[in-house]
Design a protein. Sequence first.
Length: 97
Amino acid sequence: MKKISNDEYYKLFTKWQESGLSKAAFASEAGISRASFYYWCRKFEEETIDYADSSGFSLVNPEMGFQKDPILKINYPSGVSIEFFGQVDINSVKEFL
């Protein structure tokens, strides 16, 4: 079996993500070692994990104009509250309800 470079494994990794197949099925179709493919997938997944992804929080990029007071505030019984400033998308609000 020929040696596969890191770049080639990364290309296979991205193709696998787009394929919708399981890792085992993709490795079998590509004719590569399942164990090696699992290793490289784990390696690439660890490299691409963002702090925002791993913490469960979403990155919010505010627009340049800031508003002092919230236009919408959601208070949960647990004591957590979410405040919205500026323009609010109703679909985003529905996700929090």
